[in-house]
Design a protein around this ligand. Structure first.
Ligand code: SF4
Length: 411
């Protein structure tokens, strides 16, 4: 268990558990790559902090000064150390884009004194309500408007604009709101605002108490998942475009074999090295795996046809020259799963937790349905609360019998 969690730590676990292990569990020391997008974000954030901090004291920093400050921040970094993955953009393009963002923002929001500045880039630790899990957040800006509403602001310099219902907005901004509510319980109304500097847009949202409850539950489950992974030492690498920016690329088990093969000199016909043997066996496995997938796809398609035909014939057994196939169709009540609807699943798990039955539910939701929900072991109120999370699903059990030998295939 980590001593403190953050939105980005849990985001790292979601995108690649192995990277999470390198960074937060093993705390491997490697030279950090400086991604040009991230550096652009940092420099723009620093310039905005300056503008708003001065603005709060009634001082308007001249545009030329802030641009000068911004450009000097870029001089502090070794350009050669910046990672740029685009074929079309160079560091100068990033500097220009950041400058344009600042100028647009400056013209629209000067003199940066709308309300009382409660803090800029403030670090707020808090404990996730109802748990012992600690979080650390850094909030770009907290401003109290004249009507008493507190704006919790986050600046974005990326290309993607989120909506309040997007998980990335919901989780990040919701955690920030929990942090502010814990640190300043006297603040009654909080509005979450993301400023998209590239697009010159704002996305605003006020979270309901139900949304916050659901967020707390989702965070609790996400942390439990990382603890379970730690217990089982199960942190699989998940490769994606993010690998190009990964600080642990050279250590990653998903990249190791390819790297070692690349380092090998071509073997002149002697005995295969371990790396070469692994490559040869991997090739054979790929061939077999492909064949198996083709067969499985064909088998699944035929199975679907058989189920439809059995339905049409109103038959539970289909007979073939060499054997028979039993088909049992069943409609069952099941709880909504994370795959069906992640939001509904988080609400369900929160409701079950409030009933004090979350251990049972987390271990085996199927048994909880059969042994508790369907057997009437809940009070009327409890059952009513869970009803909206119950869905009907059809399952088909298909078993085969060869006249010469028996073989079962179940699904
Ligand atoms: S290189 Fe890719 S797969 Fe490996 S740890 Fe990094 S992000 Fe994960």
């Amino acid at each position: 268990m980590l001593s403190s969690y953050s939105h980005s730590a849990l985001g790292t676990y979601r995108s690649c558990p192995r990277q999470f292990k390198f960074r937060y569990v093993e705390k491997v020391k490697v030279p950090r790559k400086v991604n040009v997008d991230a550096y652009l974000g940092n420099v723009v954030h620093r310039a905005l902090r300056r503008l708003y901090t001065l603005g709060a004291d009634g001082i308007l920093c001249p545009l030329d000064d802030i641009i000068d400050y911004y450009r000097k921040e870029w001089e502090k970094v070794d350009r050669g150390a910046l990672t740029v993955v685009s074929d079309y953009y160079g560091v100068d393009d990033y500097i220009r884009i950041g400058q344009e963002m600042l100028i647009t923002h400056y013209r629209k929001y000067q003199p940066f004194d709308r309300g009382t500045l409660l803090g800029a880039e403030i670090r707020l630790p808090f404990v996730l309500p109802g748990t012992a899990f600690r979080f650390t957040t850094i909030i770009d800006r907290l401003t109290k408007r004249p009507d008493g509403t507190v704006e919790l602001c986050d600046y974005k310099t990326g290309r993607q604009m989120l909506r309040p219902q997007d998980p990335a907005f919901f989780f990040q901004m919701g955690l920030y709101q929990l942090a502010v509510a814990a640190a300043y319980p006297q603040l009654e109304r909080i509005e979450l605002v993301q400023y998209y500097l590239r697009q010159d847009e704002e996305v605003r949202h006020e979270m309901t108490p139900e949304e916050l409850d659901s967020l707390v539950e989702a965070m609790r489950l996400a942390i439990l998942e990382t603890i379970q992974a730690e217990r089982m030492d199960d942190f699989p690498p998940v490769e994606s475009g993010l690998c190009n920016w990964c600080d642990y690329f050279d250590l990653c088990p998903a990249k190791r074999h390819k790297r070692l093969l690349g380092e090998l000199e071509r073997n002149g016909g002697g005995e295969l090295t371990v790396e070469e043997k692994a490559a040869e066996r991997a090739e054979r496995y790929l061939e077999l795996d492909q064949k198996e997938k083709e067969l499985k796809a064909e088998k699944d398609a035929v199975k679907g046809e058989l189920i439809d035909l059995a339905r049409e014939l109103d038959a539970t057994k289909l007979t073939a020259p060499s054997g028979e196939i039993n088909i049992r169709l069943k409609r069952e009540q099941k709880f909504v799963t994370k795959t069906d609807d992640a939001g509904a699943f988080a609400d369900l798990s929160f409701a079950v937790r409030q009933m004090g039955a979350d251990d049972y539910f987390v271990l085996d939701a199927g048994s909880f349905m059969k042994e508790v929900y369907l057997r009437g072991r809940l009070t009327e109120d409890q059952k009513k609360r869970l009803e909206r999370f119950v869905v009907e699903k059809e399952s088909a059990r298909v078993t085969t019998k060869l006249y010469r030998q028996d073989e079962d295939d179940e699904s």
